[in-house]
Design a protein around this ligand. Structure first.
Ligand SMILES: C[S@@+](CC[C@H](N)C(=O)[O-])C[C@H]1O[C@@H](n2cnc3c(N)ncnc32)[C@H](O)[C@@H]1O
Length: 291
């Protein structure tokens, strides 16, 4: 965990110009659209259902890249947690441009330890979002359990836990087709395992991931969803949605945007999936979180 924190602290801030020139800019824009659709479908509801009065907890919030999406959905209260002080600082700076959403940021390891009082006191939350980060909690069972305990304890009954993470089904399929079964790569990304995946090991299947200009050889862990689903049940969280990015993008009419990806970006996009859990007692999946 210390290495991951250091890694995120050290990835330099990107200027607008650098972002515009990034070789994976289309992929990053499409990933953002996927997140936008996910948050909008599950948190914002559809059409005239606005998420006013909804409280959202964003675990591993990074630079606060989702705050404007949530504000746009009508969310009024937001708490973001991340263990990187540099990312929290950047998120706080960004949040100054918010107009209608109260945002607070807390520096904390949200997967290895209980959430601090200044986060829990703002709850219970209607939704907990964890974007492109739950794979860091898959290092061992104890960490996965702490993360799920934090998520479940922070949610209202009927509240949603929504996120995006690595799609291990796709990674495993692709690894089976390469010599040595340990490395996937092209000109913009590299996913490298120290040893072939041990499928009997639900946690701790570590790989290093690099995506040009975004992450540089950061350790991550495969997320075996069947096992996570079972474990989440123990914490009163029921899986209500799980789809590969490609499938989700088709459903949300992002086909044209997928078509605009470069060949190299097209190989990275399906390595991810979206998911949503609902905190029991059961609330209809179609019921909007309008309060
Ligand atoms: C790929 S970034 C995603 C950031 C943000 N959720 C987004 O989608 O833009 C992963 C983030 O997870 C954070 N992170 C990883 N492990 C964490 C932990 N145990 N506790 C808190 N933050 C963590 C990192 O500092 C980093 O900001």
């Amino acid at each position: 965990m210390a290495f991951i924190k250091e890694h995120y602290d050290c990835v330099a801030r990107e200027t607008r110009d650098e972002r515009r020139k990034s070789r994976v800019i289309r992929l990053r824009q499409l990933n953002n659209m996927v997140k936008q659709c996910l948050l909008s479908e599950l948190i914002g509801g559809a059409g005239d259902h606005k998420a006013s009065n909804i409280k959202v907890l964003d675990l591993a919030c990074g630079r606060g890249g989702d705050i404007f999406k949530l504000e746009g959905l009508g969310v009024r209260k937001y708490v973001g947690v991340d263990f990187s002080p540099e990312r929290i600082k950047e998120a706080e700076e960004r949040a100054r441009a918010l107009r209608s959403m109260a945002a607070k940021f807390v520096e904390h390891d949200c997967f290895s330890s209980s959430l601090p009082q200044d986060v829990t006191a703002e709850g219970p939350y209607d939704a907990c979002s964890c974007q492109l980060a739950i794979h860091y909690a898959a290092c061992d069972e104890a960490t996965a359990r702490t993360a799920l305990e934090n998520i479940s304890a922070s949610l209202k009954p009927g509240g949603l836990f929504v996120g995006t993470t690595v799609d291990s089904r796709v990674v495993l399929e692709k690894l089976k087709r390469v010599a040595g079964n340990t490395e996937l790569s092209n000109s913009v990304y590299k996913l490298a395992l120290k040893q072939p995946v041990k499928e009997e090991l639900v946690f701790g299947n570590e790989y290093n991931f690099a995506l040009e200009g975004v992450v540089n050889d950061c350790p991550e862990y495969l997320v075996f969803f069947d096992a996570w689903e079972k474990l989440a049940r123990e914490y009163g969280l029921k899986l209500v949605m799980h789809a590969n990015f490609k499938e989700f993008a088709w459903k949300h009419r992002l086909g044209r945007k997928m078509g605009e990806l470069t060949g190299a970006e097209k190989e990275v996009f399906p390595l991810y999936c979206v998911f949503a859990f609902e905190k029991l007692p059961y609330m209809s999946r179609n019921k909007k979180l309008k309060r």
